[in-house]
Design a protein around this ligand. Structure first.
Ligand code: ATR
Length: 270
């Protein structure tokens, strides 16, 4: 049986083993998928040991996505510029390959699962950290009218604007200077993990604005509560993205795309 795992710290609450085990059952692929807790100072050792012991592939989560990028010997194009890797496997020649399926997962959840139009859209992305680096290129490839990156530290948003500017129309902004409304607003700050919200001005949201929190929690996130108060007609959290990025990784590893619908329903029965 092929062995896979998700590596992170902490890792005990990860839903990835449930998701990939369900994919394997659905597709008839013979594999096991486990949780791997890596010490904060021992990510590379954990990865090398996992593959030396015959592991077939890893997903990487907080706080190791940037280190995973450094550990990979080759990067898939969509991971190369992101500087962050969430999927690893070994080529037959032994090269460790890094991919980033987060952006593809987000785009697919928006466009396919929720019917959101990204082409021609005015998109606001909140945050400029590792989570946002992973989604910018796939988002820009959807040909939005504009992606505005707003961040507490303006210089980081400007850095991403300069890095991704050749892929599409990207602008950088502080929160205060934002001028709405936007068609889509994506929260990629880690603030909502602490139930906090960036200081956002009014006028960003109208009833047609789709608001997407890349974080996922059982209860409504602080960002989605704000979006509801602002009158957004469609508010989504990161569960769909989580399942879709997993499907994209599964496809890379097993060359078969699982059906995400039943797995989404299993994780969030309505
Ligand atoms: P991740 O890998 O989760 O993206 P990160 O690289 O540390 O983590 O980035 C965290 C992001 O959340 C950054 O954009 C950060 O803003 P700064 O660049 O100004 O630090 C943002 N962030 C975190 N806490 C925040 C808060 N309380 N209000 C606004 N933005 C916050």
């Amino acid at each position: 049986q092929a062995r896979y795992a998700v590596v992170g710290n902490p890792i005990e609450h990860s839903l990835s083993p449930r998701i990939h085990t369900a994919f394997a059952e659905q597709t008839g692929e013979s594999l096991v998928y486990e949780r791997l807790l890596a010490p904060l100072e021992g990510f590379r050792d954990s990865v090398e040991r996992f593959f030396a012991e015959g592991g077939a592939g890893l997903n990487v989560t907080v706080p190791f996505k940037q280190q995973a990028w450094e550990t990979a010997g080759r990067h898939e194009p969509r991971a190369a510029r992101a500087g962050a890797v969430n999927t690893l496997w070994r080529e037959t020649d032994g090269t460790l390959v890094g991919d980033n399926t987060d952006g593809a997962g987000l785009v697919r959840d928006l466009r396919v699962n929720n019917g959101v139009t990204l082409a021609g859209a005015r998109i606001l992305v909140l945050g400029a950290g590792g989570a946002v680096r992973g989604i910018l290129e796939p988002l820009l490839k959807e040909a939005p009218a504009e992606v505005v990156i707003a961040n507490r530290t303006l210089a980081r948003a400007e850095g991403l604007r300069d890095l991704f500017g050749d892929t599409g129309a990207v602008a950088a902004s502080t929160f205060e200077a934002l001028l709405g409304p936007f068609d889509v607003i994506i929260n990629g700050t880690s603030a909502s993990l602490q139930g906090e919200l960036p200081p956002l001005p009014g006028g960003l949201v109208n009833p047609a604005t789709v608001c997407y929190d890349m974080m996922y929690s059982q209860a409504e996130t602080a960002f989605n509560a704000w979006a509801r108060q602002q009158g957004s007609g469609l508010r989504l959290d990161g569960l769909g993205m989580l399942v879709e990025q997993a499907a994209e990784s599964f496809l890379k590893w097993r060359q078969v795309r699982p059906d995400t619908g039943p797995v989404m329903a299993m994780l969030r029965p309505d």
